[in-house]
Design a protein around this ligand. Structure first.
Ligand code: NDP
Length: 446
């Protein structure tokens, strides 16, 4: 079969599952990458592996009712998408954000399957969350919401069944409340959630892992192209867990970090934030839950309601906020700024159009399913720590994380087509992840 025929076949299969906009863009991206793999493998075609990966094993949807501080009843929707457990227990974060829909979670769960496969660890793919917005809620309101959410979720999860973690709007505080309720209902302290506070069995180094992993991946891409991160200029979007720890490691590697952002706007520091400023930003965001517009630092300028990309010069862009934050027009600005490397800290922050611009302009692009896989890889270490009744040191975690990220980089390079000497990491990651999933599906039978 020719690659063209295989790619056309895959495209026609996508319509059969009638995906939402985000889910469609995720599966179209993969279909485009894996055409040659499908064309070469009669076994994969016969076992219909691509189609079998399109429909999740199941989608659980439930009502979450809770009482606000004024005594009023609030109602939200909760979901858990269990996409595939062919490589291990369902594994993926929970997102609490008003924009969450079933489409958002289906796309995230699908991406998660490939990412988890790339880590080389025994974990399947899933994702969950709610349209609940923790922003502006009191700790007690967040706790009551989390308890109600877990009142339903507990019956679907288990350390060898489904192991959720954090994501946007779900950090240590939320995971602590969720796990507390799980322990009360089930009498189990089995580590069923990852990203837990350390006192509840969490892993030292998990908080840093996604951001650190993203910088490690970006550095590997740079080395592969004959560049180095020390002395480079790095623009970051987002000011959450991924963004701020990416900033921290970039700085440790002697890069200059010139921006961070939140949904209110961008904070740009043309000469680069210093270490104390990054530390203070982490405290401001994690402890005070502050907004960037209210933060001031020497040499920093806040641009209200604006993305960071046009406000500085930089060599590396790390989009670490949310999906589709970089559209085609942003990608043109990024390339015009002289940026040569983009590594996605967030999940699918770049649209298809943006990726095409990077491709055409010679910008090396690291997809989220590879570049941000450090978070889930480290979650898997947390599962090992809990199952083995051990306490890992932070150094042990970070050293293993470093190894996993370099291994993912190598897998991408090995499977990627090379165009004009530039590695197509997007296709490499899709192919490397797909082959692992497809082989397991074939082995499992029907
Ligand atoms: P956080 O909630 O800690 O931070 C998210 C950041 O992005 C905040 O600064 C937030 O600003 C900003 N943001 C969110 N939505 C928008 C928007 N629509 N427009 C502009 N800014 C926005 O989340 P994380 O850092 O954990 O996650 C960020 C991304 O990384 C997500 O795509 C997530 O799926 C992905 N990821 C996270 C992992 C992890 O371990 N945490 C692992 C792998 C991927 P504001 O506060 O104003 O909303």
């Amino acid at each position: 079969m020719t690659t063209m025929d295989a790619t056309n076949d895959l495209a026609s299969m996508i319509d059969l599952v009638n995906p939402g906009t985000l889910y469609r863009s995720a599966i179209e991206e993969v279909a485009e990458s894996i055409g040659p793999v499908i064309a070469e493998s009669e076994q994969y075609r016969k076992a219909r592996v691509f189609e079998r990966l399109l429909i999740p094993d199941r989608v659980i949807r439930f009502r979450v009712e809770w009482v606000n501080d004024e005594g009023g009843v609030e109602v939200n929707t909760g979901w858990r998408v269990e996409h595939t457990n062919v490589l291990g227990p369902y594994k993926g974060g929970l997102r609490f954000h008003p924009s969450v829909t079933e489409d958002t979670l289906q796309f995230l769960a699908y991406e998660q399957c490939f990412k988890n496969a790339l880590t080389g660890q025994p974990i399947g793919g899933g994702k969950g969350g709610s349209d609940f917005d923790p922003k502006g809620k009191s700790d007690n309101e967040v706790m009551r919401f989390c308890q109600s959410f877990m009142r339903e979720l507990y019956r679907h999860i288990g350390p060898s069944v489904d192991v959720p973690a954090g994501d946007i709007g779900v950090g240590g505080r939320e995971i602590g409340f969720l796990y507390g309720q799980y322990m009360k209902i089930t009498k189990q302290r089995d580590g069923v959630l990852t990203g837990k506070p350390v006192g509840l069995g969490g892993l030292l180094g998990r908080t840093e892992a996604t951001g650190y992993g993203c910088v490690t991946f970006a550095e590997a891409m740079m080395k592969h192209r004959g560049d180095k991160i020390a002395g480079s200029r790095v623009a970051i979007s987002g000011a959450g867990n991924v963004a701020l720890y990416a900033a921290e490691l970039a700085l440790q590697k002697e890069a200059k970090v010139v921006s961070v952002s939140d949904s209110g706007g961008s904070l740009v520091c043309e000469n680069g934030f210093n270490g104390d400023q990054i530390k203070e930003l982490i405290r401001f965001k994690e402890v005070e839950r502050g907004r960037l517009k209210d933060w001031s630092g020497d040499g920093c300028v806040f641009h209200s309601e604006d993305k960071p990309w046009k406000h500085a010069e930089y060599d590396v862009a790390l989009p670490c906020a949310t999906q589709h934050e970089i559209e085609e027009s942003d990608a043109k600005v990024i390339a015009d700024r002289g940026c040569l490397y983009v590594a996605e800290g967030a999940n699918m922050p770049c649209t298809h159009g943006a990726r095409s611009v990077f491709h055409d302009r010679g910008v090396t692009f690291g997809p989220g399913k590879a570049a941000n896989a450090g978070g889930v890889a480290t979650s898997c270490f947390e599962m090992s720590q809990n199952a083995g009744h051990e306490t890992w040191t932070k150094d042990r975690t970070l050293e293993k994380l470093h190894g996993v990220m370099l291994d993912i980089h190598e897998q991408c390079v090995e499977h990627a087509p090379k165009e004009n000497g530039i590695v197509n990491y997007g296709a490499g990651a899709d192919r490397a992840g797909f082959v692992k999933l497809a082989d397991a599906i074939v082995a499992m039978g029907v």
